[in-house]
Design a protein around this ligand. Structure first.
Ligand code: DOR
Ligand code: ZN
Ligand code: ZN
Length: 424
């Protein structure tokens, strides 16, 4: 196949190029390539080609919560969002804490055949925070990292042991940072809007203390650690300082933390209930600065689909989470590139090459010899978020009605078209 006339995003700039794909790989990239008669041509003039997006933090809910999402609907949502690889969190039922569940997720994803799915194993058995999970078996079955996402391992000695075992198997811990004693049932950020609404808030310290602990462990043990969904200005500063003295830390944030503040909860919209919570303008600005200066390495959606039964209820009872795969790219393009001057190579690094690097995944660039994973977007098109149009089962988004710039048109994985926007 020949992809003709796209503006191609490379790590060092954007150049109009033709791209030839053979046997699932990029085989030729040049300013112009001529197709032989029998070659399929995808005319992409006016579109921008990005390396297939990689989301290292997704909840697929399968097995166990198929009412919220399945591996099929979750990967349909992923390719619609421009993603060719996603990593899925272990807070399923049963928990992904052994090789059998890892094997199931991989096999089911392969059967569906839309994008690559890399399971993340739990740190502790059943995510109970008591005994380490069967890490070696999960690694052998294909787990790419470990996480207790949804909560933190509260016991520091157990977490230290987890980091040591993980590193023996060449895995990293991806840390959801939350001190349970400080959160204590809070549902929002403690600030102006918790006061205004009377909803129980939690301090930045609830997140920051756990970020600091993970940094201390990583530094003492001289092991790498990855911090999930950073939301506080103060947590970003802790990571910045740790990086400056050589701690092997990487970190992600999510589109909602650089687009929204806790003002989004003022009318008790459960779709704006997420953990960690939306914070203040000071935090939002710091998240953008952290992405800009490299303190934050990548963007992950924390795609957390929920059924209406779990979301359209009184704020205190609603589940935490935002369905994010189908808005992640356009939110990032709109806010970071259009409004904050990020370059396209920088955006691409944050959404492809950097997450690939953190987890040692193949992919993340459009280059000869690499797997032909790419996404074609129309950056001139604006559109309005309509949750009813999501292919994810999770319609829970605080962005309904929001006008965004940049629309995914095609997603190709291993040279095959996995998503093509339906014509209006
Ligand atoms: O908002 C969230 N939703 N934060 C988490 O940590 C877990 C996630 C979920 O699984 O729904
Ligand atoms: Zn989390
Ligand atoms: Zn999560």
């Amino acid at each position: 196949m020949l992809i003709r006339g796209a503006d191609v995003v490379f790590s060092d700039g954007v150049r109009k190029s033709d791209i030839r794909i053979e046997g699932g790989l990029f085989t030729q990239i040049a300013p112009t390539l001529d197709p032989p008669e029998n070659e399929e041509v995808l005319e992409a003039a006016g579109l921008t080609a990005f390396p297939g997006l990689i989301d290292m933090h997704v909840h697929l809910r399968d097995p166990g919560f198929e009412k919220k999402e399945t591996i099929e609907t979750g990967t349909m949502s992923a390719v619609k969002g421009g993603f060719t690889q996603i990593c899925c969190m272990p807070n399923t039922r049963p928990v992904i804490d052994n090789k059998v569940v890892v094997t199931y997720v991989k096999a089911r994803a392969r059967e569906v055949g839309l994008c690559k799915v890399h399971p993340i194993g739990a740190i502790t058995e059943g995510q109970k925070g008591e005994a380490l999970a069967a890490i070696g078996g999960m690694k052998a079955a294909g787990a790419v990292a470990l996480s207790e996402d949804g909560k933190s391992v509260q016991n520091s000695a157990l977490m230290a042991k987890a980091m040591l075992y993980a590193s023996d198997f060449g895995l990293k811990c991806l840390c959801h940072c939350e001190d349970a004693s400080l959160v204590d049932g809070a549902v929002v950020h403690e600030g102006d809007y918790s006061t205004l609404t009377g909803l129980k808030g939690s301090l930045r310290a609830a997140e920051d203390i756990m970020i600091a602990r993970e940094l201390c462990l990583a530094e003492s043990l001289e092991l790498p650690v990855h911090i999930c969904h950073v939301s506080t200005y103060s947590g970003i500063q802790l990571i910045r300082e740790a990086k400056a003295r050589g701690v092997k830390v990487t970190a992600e944030t999510c589109p909602h933390y650089f687009t929204l503040t806790d003002a989004a909860i003022r009318d008790f919209d459960p779709n704006a209930k997420v953990n960690p919570p939306l914070r203040a303008e000071r935090d939002r600005v710091a998240v953008i600065a952290g992405l800009k200066d490299g303190t934050l390495d990548c963007i992950a959606s924390d795609h957390a689909p929920h059924h209406a039964d779990d979301k359209n209820v009184e704020f205190n009872d609603a589940a935490f989470g935002i369905s994010g795969l189908e808005t992640s790219f356009a939110l990032s393009y709109t806010v970071l590139v259009c409004e904050n001057g990020f370059s396209l190579p920088k955006l691409s690094a944050l959404m492809s090459a950097n997450p690939a690097g953190i987890l040692s995944l193949t992919g993340g660039e459009i280059a000869v010899g690499a797997p032909a994973d790419l996404m074609l977007a129309d950056l001139n098109e604006s559109w309005r978020v309509d949750p009813a149009a999501f292919v994810s089962k999770g319609k829970n988004t605080p962005f309904a009605g929001k006008k965004l710039q940049g629309r995914v048109k095609y997603t190709l994985s291993d040279g095959e078209i996995k998503y093509r926007e339906a014509r209006a």
